[in-house]
Design a binder for this molecule. Sequence first.
Ligand code: GLN
Length: 491
Amino acid sequence: MTDITGLTIAKLRDGFRAGEFSAREIAEGYNAAVAGARALNAFTVETPEDALACADVADKARGSGEPGSLAGIPLGIKDLFATKGVDSTAGSHILKGFKPEYESTVTANLRRAGAGMLGKLNMDEFAMGSSNETSHYGPVNSPWRRQGSNVALTPGGSSGGSAAAVAAGIAPGVTGTDTGGSIRQPAAFTGICGIKPTYGRCSRWGVIAFASSLDQAGPMAKDVRDCAILLEAMAGFDPKDSTSLDLPVPQWENGLSGNLKGKRVGIPREYRIDGVPPEINALWDQGIEWLKDGGAEAVEISLPHTRYALPTYYIIAPAEASSNLARYDGVRYGLREAPAGGNLDAMYGATRAAGFGEEVKRRIMIGTYVLSAGFYDAYFTKAQKVRALIKQDFARAFEKCDVILTPTAPSAAFGIGETTDPLAMYLNDVFAVPASLAGLPAMSVPGGLDSQGLPLGLHLIGNELDEQTVLNAGLAIEERAGFTARAEKWW
Ligand code: GLN
């Protein structure tokens, strides 16, 4: 029989429609893989019965009318998405046992397209982190290993469970979210593709909020085509999210083409930063050659405010987080710690002290500090101004080019427990954060392996609403990189 878990979503979809295998066979194959690979700690909740029920619906409907674009495809869902009746905890102790009464718009859209759910995916607590080590459920084990070593590596974060699941072949595709790199950096660390669309393409309704002006959902999958298929199903206007874009969803899969004739690829000079390993810069140069080979012209561009992006992000994101996380008070959701004889304040304090992890507390402290009356102008207002300048840099750059190529992350995957300094951890997103601040679509595609045999990603940033050029440039790289390396089998 076909190795179901080795197939892309496109192949599963086409094989299912052609009657080569049933949706039930697909669901059973993945359910077994999920159960067999628990050592990865990729899932926080498994929902095999959901995957099977959706598969049976798809099998019954096969052949009658037009099947949904994801009929028969079971997906992993990042634990940041509210899923009706299924634990939705954002990787946090404070949301312990929280079963929403509603379904997020993105997951509802996926369900409408026919997808089933394999389970909820582990993640950094409230999506704060770059290694999945801040999760209340413990770190996710990357399925990758350095050559000749057994050291456990992180899959990146915050969508670490999502990345590990796709890389290990235990989910054909997954949802991720990206506030400052959380789809792209883990995709790069695990040798898979992931795209964050333009801010507003995917509804944030039912996505547990971290930093609302930055949060965007997006897909992660084995290849560019699968990302296009998933994003088409996830995106769309939603009146329940006031920042949702009221625009039709383009047919990205139909528009895929690796022919970049007439396109200009911008190479930002400020992204050549100190301390990046030579092999990452070499891959970047190779990426430029691949895009030229696809017909594009390379042009040097300048994004002068790049060096302020990370500090700006680490003011704005914690500020919004401190406000968004104020709702976890022991009254409305999940955990409640009420010390005997204590008053309401004591309950708030005890619940939040017990419910939030170190990194989340750090962000709340930073956030409340930069929003406090005495420091608001010096930090928050200033950061908003710098954000506007960063956005303006991109607008100027896109007068000269159609898509921008950079490395995704400044290193390959590191070991669990190896990066303990929060500032060193924040540096992981140095290339990812500018596009987040500007609300632009951006994608990571695998480019090659480093000298230790670990995946490295290339990063494409597009102009507002131009996911198509990002996907097409990603495809041009994919067609040339010949990235066929796969992580070890875990089940
Ligand atoms: N690593 C970044 C952070 O910790 C980005 C996280 C994200 O995109 N959710 O904030």
